[in-house]
Design a protein around this ligand. Structure first.
Ligand code: BTN
Length: 239
């Protein structure tokens, strides 16, 4: 595992962004003590103690942006879900990349790209996993939260978990870049907990309501809105 361990840091994503030129492709930047974690849609990712994971995987697939890169969060989501299944849980996915167990969020992913001089310098796939948290320390930011140790009923080895994530991610990464979302579409749909349900999706400062009917070939969410019109959402967050 190519990795960079930080004893304490404000945000692994921010740190990776600042050091992007020095970090090699497929390096895992991680800490167990993150003081100012960031989430999607300008949310925060709180520090729930030093037995949890705060990490950013730095990828440098090419100097030009490709459509498939926007699906990397969904690929990581499947990797995390499969590992959580190995621990005996039944994780579900909330589009695009939240993982929930028993309807409570256990992990979140935040992807950021670094572009300068018209070149993609790298992609930072940040992920936080509530691995070992006391119920009292669990903080619900946008939705109720849980931790893997609570769901499994025993402490989880954080270094072992991180290595599993790294190894599994690297295993199919090249194939994923080549074949795109279709490689994992079935695995994604099998765990999707929002299909055939009425959903409200936040897209920037708008909310779109409708029936979630499909995950398309490229990982977008298709919904039928109240006016019976089909809408394909490439970005957003189910509320
Ligand atoms: C979300 O659910 O909104 C995404 C949360 C992503 C949190 C991780 S923790 C490690 C990395 N560094 C950050 O500042 N954020 C991500």
């Amino acid at each position: 595992m190519k990795s960079l361990y930080l004893d304490i840091v404000d945000s692994t994503n921010k740190w990776a962004k600042e050091h992007i030129l020095e970090i090699e492709d497929k390096t895992l930047v991680y800490t167990f003590n993150q003081t100012d974690g960031r989430g999607r849609l300008k949310r925060k990712w709180l520090n729930t103690g030093t037995d949890n994971i705060y990490a950013s995987l730095v990828l440098k697939p090419s100097a030009v942006m490709k459509e498939v890169y926007s699906n990397l969060t969904q690929y990581l989501c499947i990797v995390l879900a499969e590992i959580m299944e190995e621990y005996g849980t039944l994780p579900e996915i909330k589009w695009p990349n939240d993982i929930k167990i028993n309807d409570k969020k256990v992990s979140g992913i935040l992807a950021e790209g670094v572009i300068s001089d018209n070149e993609l310098k790298g992609i930072i796939l940040g992920f936080g996993v509530n691995l070992n948290t006391n119920k009292e320390n669990l903080v619900s930011i946008d939705q109720p939260a849980t931790a893997l140790n609570i769901e499994v009923g025993k402490e989880i080895d954080k270094n072992e978990f991180l290595k599993k994530v790294y190894d599994r991610f690297c295993l199919m990464y090249d194939e994923f870049i080549e074949r795109g979302f279709s490689l994992i579409r079935d695995d994604y749909i099998r765990r999707a907990n929002f299909l055939n349900k009425n959903v409200s999706v936040k897209v920037f400062d708008k909310t779109v309501d409708g029936l979630a009917v499909e995950i398309t070939e490229n990982g977008a969410l298709k919904i039928i809105d109240k006016n019976n019109k089909e809408q394909i959402l490439l970005i957003g967050d189910i509320l």
